[in-house]
Design a binder for this molecule. Structure first.
Ligand SMILES: Cc1ncc(COP(=O)(O)O)c(C=O)c1O
Length: 496
């Protein structure tokens, strides 16, 4: 089969397309924008982590819909003054809040290529889908899943967890539940996760029509991992009460403190009780890329599904969530639906079943896979794994520093890359407020961006070292600044 020679198409006389009139000028403009991106990445460490937007900065976003265009150069100038200076700052090595990745240059450039291609990965037979399938096979290899496992890029782990919950629900109730709803059988389904599990798990059960009340929150042990004995008891109690346990969600890297459930024990219980085992490894799963950390995840290879984000520890630019499913048939059974306008053919552009739209809720899908595929090719999986391991070493150094310092108190064990601590100060009912104020001041000064959480009823300064640019020096400098600000605030008498 040979490709036909294409006839030359002349541009229409009255142009309505959006392509440039002067390609040479736009080429110069495009290079200028690329230079600005590179300058931004190269100079990340020199600028503030974050800066608050004042009223004037916010006012820039309240203009009317621009019916007349100002050109790419002017739009770019607006971006440089109105958007770039006020970004959240998670590329900065001293951004340590929530669980934000730092991004990487290969990913940035791949995003440009992906946008240039403007691929729609909902389906059809084209190379971008093979890129996504290859990433799925790489992840199957990494996590010890069969090569036939299926995978799908999604926005983030919240969506990946939802897809896994829907697959587990359909596996438990049968495909009819997709037509008839979950009905009475669904009312008895119960799921299990640690009390430390992310809130999106309960939300996924809610969206799946089972109700967030179907989630049993199992207590965590002192190390933050789920109490597997309590889990076994809860499953037995629910069975005795006539309920229908169907799903265990293990956590690999809990959002608050980075704890990892005993995944082997969860896999044993899931096998014994014939339950679906899903692992929420939003950031922690990619610890598998670091040989020194991988043993912490033992048991993950026995899961039915894993959810994680390349945009966290994988350092991909946002967004790049992923769900990996051991059994591609069960995956497809939960989402595939026929439509006359989506007919498949053995040949032509409509070939290549299954399509990604058979594996999740989205039909139109961008080319998220490229930035991940590109970074693995450009840097190698080992380099990403080494960056992950380095953030854990920096967290350990910060933890040691805190433990040596009488005025600081560590509030949780450090399993991976998250350190929760606080300034002790003169203990008072205002110690929480004092520590919250420390965090706000660090952010407003543009020095550091940790976040806060509450552990055991006490407010913690939470430093999640996710960014590959963050060093031990950065982590130790955070302790110094917390001490300095804590002492100043304590001396002010405001928090006595
Ligand atoms: C353990 C865990 N699960 C789920 C999520 C949600 O992931 P996303 O923000 O990508 O939806 C997070 C986010 O930090 C998380 O830490």
């Amino acid at each position: 089969m040979t490709l036909q020679a294409r006839p030359q198409l002349a541009p229409p006389p009255d142009r309505t397309d959006l392509d440039p009139e002067d390609w040479a000028a736009e080429r110069v403009q495009a290079h200028r924008m690329l230079d600005d991106v590179l300058d931004h990445l190269q100079g990340l460490r020199d600028g503030p982590v974050w800066r608050p937007m004042d009223d004037e900065a916010r006012a820039a976003f309240h203009g009317r819909l621009p019916w007349a265009g100002q050109g790419i150069a002017a739009a770019h100038a607006d971006f440089m003054t109105e958007v770039l200076p006020y970004a959240a700052g998670n590329g900065h090595p001293r951004f340590m809040g929530w669980v934000h990745g730092g991004g990487n240059l290969a990913g940035v450039l791949a995003e440009l290529l992906a946008a240039g291609l403007n691929a729609n990965l909902g389906g059809r037979d084209h190379a971008p889908i093979e890129v996504e399938r290859q990433v799925a096979r790489w992840m199957a290899e990494l996590f010890g899943f069969p090569a036939s496992a299926s995978g799908l890029f999604v926005t983030g782990t919240s969506m990946a967890n939802l897809i896994a919950v829907l697959a587990a629900r359909t596996a438990a109730l049968g495909a009819d539940c997709r037509v008839e709803g979950v009905g009475e059988a669904g009312a008895g389904l119960t799921a299990y996760a640690s009390e430390a599990a992310h809130g999106c798990i309960a939300k996924a059960l809610d969206i799946a029509g089972l109700g967030s009340g179907a989630l049993r929150k199992i207590p965590a042990l002192a190390d933050g991992g789920l109490d597997t004995e309590a889990l076994a008891e809860a499953v037995a109690a629910d069975r005795a009460a006539g309920l229908d346990p169907f799903l265990i969600v293990g956590t690999a890297g809990s959002v608050d403190i980075g704890a990892i459930d005993d995944l082997s024990a969860l896999a044993d219980i899931a096998a014994r009780e014939r339950l679906w085992l899903h692992v929420d490894g939003a950031f922690g799963a990619l610890a598998a890329l670091a040989p020194e950390l991988k043993p912490l995840l033992t048991g993950i290879e026995r899961a039915d599904s894993i959810a994680f984000d390349f945009h966290k520890w994988g350092q991909a630019p946002y967004d790049a969530g992923f769900v990996l499913m051991r059994d591609s048939e069960r995956h497809k059974a939960a989402f595939a639906s026929a439509a006359p306008y989506l007919q498949r053919r053995p040949r032509g552009l409509a070939a290549g079943e299954p399509w990604p739209c058979d594996l999740g809720p989205d039909l139109s899908r961008g080319f998220r896979a490229l930035k991940v595929w590109f970074a693995f090719k450009a840097y190698g999986a080992s380099a990403i794994g080494e960056a992950i391991a380095a953030t854990c070493r920096a967290a350990r150094d910060l933890a040691d520093r805190i433990d040596e310092e009488a005025e600081l108190e560590r509030l949780a064990p450090v399993t991976l890359n998250i350190v929760c601590f606080r300034f002790r100060g003169p203990e008072s009912s205002k110690t929480d407020a004092l520590n919250a104020e420390i965090v706000v001041r660090l952010q407003e000064a543009g020095l550091f961006a940790p976040s806060t959480t509450t552990l055991g009823g006490r407010l913690a300064i939470r430093a999640a070292l996710v960014n590959h640019r963050t060093t031990s020096e950065d982590a130790l400098a955070l302790a110094d600044e917390v001490l300095r600000l804590g002492r100043d605030l304590a001396a002010s008498g405001e928090f006595a």
